[in-house]
Design a protein around this ligand. Sequence first.
Ligand SMILES: CCCCCCCC/C=C\C=C\CC(=O)SCCNC(=O)CCNC(=O)[C@H](O)C(C)(C)COP(=O)(O)OP(=O)(O)OC[C@H]1O[C@@H](n2cnc3c(N)ncnc32)[C@H](O)[C@@H]1OP(=O)(O)O
Length: 277
Amino acid sequence: MLSRLSPLAQRTISPRLLSNAQRTLVNISYPSPKIAVLELDRPPVNSLSLEMSAKIVESIKEIESNPEVQAMVLKSSNPKIFSAGLDITEMNRPTVARLEDFWRNIQTLFLTLYSTRLSTIASIDGHSPAGGCLLAMSCDYRIMSATPSYKIGLNETKLGIAAPYWLKDLFVTTIGYREAEVGLALGKLYSPKEALEIKLVDELVDSPVIDVALKRADEWASIPEKGRVASKVMLRGAMIQDLEEKREMDVGWFRDFIMEEGVQKGIEGYLKNLSKK
Ligand SMILES: CCCCCCCC/C=C\C=C\CC(=O)SCCNC(=O)CCNC(=O)[C@H](O)C(C)(C)COP(=O)(O)OP(=O)(O)OC[C@H]1O[C@@H](n2cnc3c(N)ncnc32)[C@H](O)[C@@H]1OP(=O)(O)O
């Protein structure tokens, strides 16, 4: 943690040189009393390790605890990557205990972000595959950079794994059954233009995404909270309750699936290719 370094070291070490163990992993700022910005800051690609997921959850709770705050923008400190999704190294030859804990933290991250009373705006200024897409879909509104090379979607099958059932449900809810069926099977990553066409994102912008995200946050923050939250609960409550009831079953499915030798070989190969690239 940054706070464990001496004040002199904190002033003199460039943030770029800090290791992840020394970083806060996320940064919180308040551009106005009603709006918080939660910035993902886990180089190189904002992948979701157990500690990163726990930190995001802790930060959302911290922001929620201030009753004045109505909206939260989720962004990345990396100018080209929103989040590369789950930290694949967590699934590569793990211990069973760590793997199970990792998955419980991922479930909690989804449940916390999807159900927060805050209006949540995803400011997607870069790639957003798999778990990155999960973060974006868990928000209330998604704005993506129009940069054609960026990609968003659920590419799990390309790693030889499957999205968990609740992520599949979220995908279906967001883009519809048929598109989700094809997207999931092919592990399809969409360009920003394609993502807008299928409503995986709500808006594309050429200008800095954060500027528009802050404007939208202002609009969402101006809606009276009680009715807005009641509508959110009506729309999202069933999916949240379903996972709450099946959490341990889902941990078991995940563990058994990931620990299979064939799946492990696939993950190993995928990681090797990523590093070679
Ligand atoms: C019966 C039913 C059972 C159900 C079971 C349920 C099972 C569900 C299981 C899992 C669900 C998983 C969802 C996921 O999120 S899996 C993660 C998928 N993510 C990806 O595939 C993204 C991979 N990364 C990339 O494509 C690129 O890195 C990109 C984000 C486009 C950025 O590209 P670039 O800027 O060129 O950066 P590099 O590729 O060079 O990466 C830099 C270093 O970071 C490492 N890296 C990248 N992504 C990850 C990651 N997700 N996890 C860990 N590490 C990652 C990469 O290897 C480079 O490392 P190094 O510098 O050491 O080579």
